[in-house]
Design a protein around this ligand. Structure first.
Ligand SMILES: C[S@@+](CC[C@H](N)C(=O)[O-])C[C@H]1O[C@@H](n2cnc3c(N)ncnc32)[C@H](O)[C@@H]1O
Length: 294
């Protein structure tokens, strides 16, 4: 069965294209294919002689792109962007003109109740980009020790009430193990006091972010990729990275600054315009950093 059409709206598309400057014959890597919006825009501009090599860990995103992008010069790779150097070697490509990473999860993943990303859905507590690899979030929540859980929720969710949440998780699982995303979200909401003036985001967001980061080793993948990224780009080639929270933005900023193979093009990160945020609220927290390979 074909996956449903993508509902994901690519973030800061105009800015990404202006910074990466794709033209006919050039070659790009899109490390985070997702719904294919950025890949499509790049592929249309490098056609007919250039190409885009697009990675995703998510088999659903891969299957969708295989049909939706079939007429464009896109090489689709099911795997992590961490493997981009090996993939280029396999394709006989020494270096590319640009790399895009648009971090985090897509609206398509959020909309799929079976994946556990949306904590209002009764789907299984999974949270993996690739459900055939690693451990689902339910394993973490049902097996990890209280301190390990509290530390992860604090470190990767920046959640002030992490200890209380971890304590309640351990108490509750003695009675019954967690199965659905909704069960965990309800427990977290009970642990986090309501802010007097209301909160814009669901109080479960931070805990789910932490579990997602752990289940996918997101920060490890980013750190390892930042080290090999300069080895994948031609001199003058550009890397554009969109992050959605400070845990992602910090290592990008640091790597661009500290690795002498980079010339930083964005002293301050670029942000989405008010008009884009109005159309697509997801763009509100996006930060785009760009650097050029010396
Ligand atoms: C924000 S979405 C990308 C959206 C995409 N730019 C678009 O225009 O539709 C992030 C995507 O990256 C994927 N992803 C996350 N970590 C990854 C990794 N290490 N390697 C490859 N894909 C990854 C996720 O599965 C998700 O589909």
């Amino acid at each position: 069965m074909n996956p449903p059409a993508s509902v994901h709206v690519p973030v800061m598309l105009d800015e990404v294209i202006a910074q990466l400057r794709p033209s006919p014959g050039t070659v790009f890597i899109d490390g985070t294919l997702g719904g294919g919006g950025h890949t499509r825009a790049l592929a249309e501009r490098v056609a007919p002689t250039g190409r885009v090599i697009a990675f995703d860990r998510d088999p659903v995103a891969i299957a969708r792109a295989r049909t939706e992008l079939a007429t464009l010069p896109v090489r689709i790779v099911h795997g992590s962007y961490v493997e981009m150097r090996e993939a280029l070697d396999g394709l006989g490509i020494a270096a590319v003109d640009g790399v895009l990473l648009d971090l985090g999860l897509s609206s398509d993943q959020l909309a799929d109740a079976e994946r556990g990303f949306s904590f209002t859905a009764a789907g299984p507590l999974d949270l993996r980009f690739d459900p055939t690899e690693g451990q689902p979030a339910s394993e973490i929540v049902n097996r990890w020790g209280e301190k390990q859980l509290a530390d992860a929720i604090y470190q990767f969710g920046e959640e002030r009430f992490s200890r209380r949440i971890a304590r309640e998780i351990v108490a509750r699982r003695r009675e019954r193990l967690f199965e659905s995303a909704q069960e965990l979200a309800e427990l977290v909401r009970r642990c986090v006091p309501r802010r007097p003036h209301g909160e814009r985001i669901d109080p479960a967001t931070r805990t789910f972010q932490a579990l997602r980061i752990v289940a996918n080793d997101e920060l490890g993948a980013l750190e390892r990729t930042l080290k090999i990224l300069p080895d994948c780009l031609k001199p003058g080639g550009r890397a554009a990275i969109i992050s959605f929270h400070s845990l992602e933005d910090r290592p990008v900023k640091q790597a661009f600054r500290e690795d002498e193979r980079w010339r930083v093009l964005t002293k301050k990160p670029l942000r989405a315009s008010d008009a884009e945020v109005e159309r697509n609220p997801r763009a509100r927290s996006a930060k785009l950093r760009v650097a050029e390979r010396i």
